[in-house]
Design a protein around this ligand. Sequence first.
Ligand SMILES: Nc1ncnc2c1ncn2[C@@H]1O[C@H](COP(=O)(O)OP(=O)(O)OP(=O)(O)O)[C@@H](O)[C@H]1O
Ligand SMILES: [Mg+2]
Length: 304
Amino acid sequence: MSAAITTESSREVRVTVRDLVKTFGSQTVLQGVNLDVRAGETLVIMGGSGCGKSTLLRLLIGSHKPTSGSIHLLGQDIASISDEAFDDIKRQFGILFQSAALFQSMSIADNVALPLREHTDLDPEVIEMIVKIKLELVGLRQHADKLPSQISGGMAKRAGLARAMAMDPKILFYDEPSAGLDPVTSAEIDQLIKELTLNFAVTSVVVTHEMDSAFMIADRMLMLDGGRVLKVGQREEFERIRQISDAEATTLSDDDQIIRQFLRGAADGPITRRRSEDDYREDLLGEDFHEENAIRAKVPTKRI
Ligand SMILES: Nc1ncnc2c1ncn2[C@@H]1O[C@H](COP(=O)(O)OP(=O)(O)OP(=O)(O)O)[C@@H](O)[C@H]1O
Ligand SMILES: [Mg+2]
């Protein structure tokens, strides 16, 4: 086989997570997460509200410390490297969080220029040129001098993306990049994520609730449930589970049935069923409360 052929598995692994556990007080939010993301690959992380997606992203960017387990970015264990070495890694990843988090008193151009001014010794003219290129890439070059308050939410997201890309990162982390956007703007953001992955071999880790968007951008997908990875695999595998008919669905494993309900956004299924009446009863009356007492107390059996 020719050495020029790059197979998926031969591409450099840029993000590695092993046995990652995170607890807050007595609550275990992540219970043993494992994943790898390679150069030029987009991994989409999905899961219900509160299942630990943002916590996982915060751990990946070093703003939370793992309770146990390890995270390697660009081959380095981020828990054990020096602050200087971590700063060097930080320069190689970009972040687009739910709110674009632009500085309100600075123009769009200055927001994008900020990481370049902070982390490089480039001449102001060079920075100006890079800013123009990044803003052109997200279609905002004409709005460079506006303040964040003078642009729409979708434009702010795109400006946030331009800023995240300012340093030509190897890895981009996104937390719900299309939340709150109209379908067309959302599709534009998806397109940008795809182009970055394809044209610049960026590694993208994207948390999203939007299923159309997830299937549009993902190479691989990961489903989190209660801090546990139910499945990580190729997009096609998740697509197959999504398409399975009601009749065939009964043959799926419990985990796959949860995934199917989530991907289809169905109101009925294991996710809704497990929020059982018993939980409600226990929540109202405490774990030691017996069934017969519950009946005597006429505990309502339906959620309102
Ligand atoms: N700093 C913190 N201190 C204590 N608990 C936290 C902290 N951050 C997150 N949690 C808890 O961890 C759980 C997971 O939160 P997380 O924000 O990761 O969920 P999520 O999957 O991103 O949800 P959503 O889809 O609603 O954004 C929640 O129960 C939350 O209350
Ligand atoms: Mg979140």
